[in-house]
Design a protein around this ligand. Sequence first.
Ligand SMILES: [Zn+2]
Length: 228
Amino acid sequence: MTGPAPSPVRGIVDLSHPLDDGTPVYPGDPVARFTPATTIGEHGYNVLHVQMGSQTGTHVDAPYHFLEDGARIDELPLDLFLCPAVVADVRGKAPHQAITWADLAPVADRLSPGRMLVLHTGWDAHWGTDAYFDHPFLDGDAAERVVAAGVRTVALDALSLDETVLGGDPAAGFPAHLAVLGSGGVIVENLRGLDAVRSAEPLVSVLPLRIAGADGAPVRAIAFDVGV
Ligand SMILES: [Zn+2]
């Protein structure tokens, strides 16, 4: 008798929100609906009818989200979605407060090509409440500096990398989206659970569904704690 084989994978942290009919979406986006298409009782097997926008729940934005000639989600190199991450602790921001380059100073020297920047805002605590829409955001100047450092994947545990304004577009537009997506990079939104990540530089996977031609796609985001 031998025991279970030791797994080389340990310390997996789930960074994904569950998807259900109550999933908050960006103002104006389609709401998510999950309804049985068949049931075991009637048909002998369960199949769910899934209706949702491409930017629902924990998801990735491709450049095509904001740029007509930008790469689609299925055209991007996979290393954008699976790489070591630098986690910036930017908790404690007020509603609608900007995250600036000064806030990223503690991690600035670790930002480099091949690394993902993860902004830990703590705003996932507001998921499912009105306060979730009043999240902090990355200002345009900081986004440009992050891109200049070579980072091509920027993630956060809030609804959007730019400010969200109910009833209209933010006055500043979408400078952080344009900086990151304009560099050929991607944005990961609606992460959760970053409190549980212990490694200073976890390996993070945000591999999106391979939806042909899409502007983005939902992901099962996970962190592997390495070196702890
Ligand atoms: Zn998005």
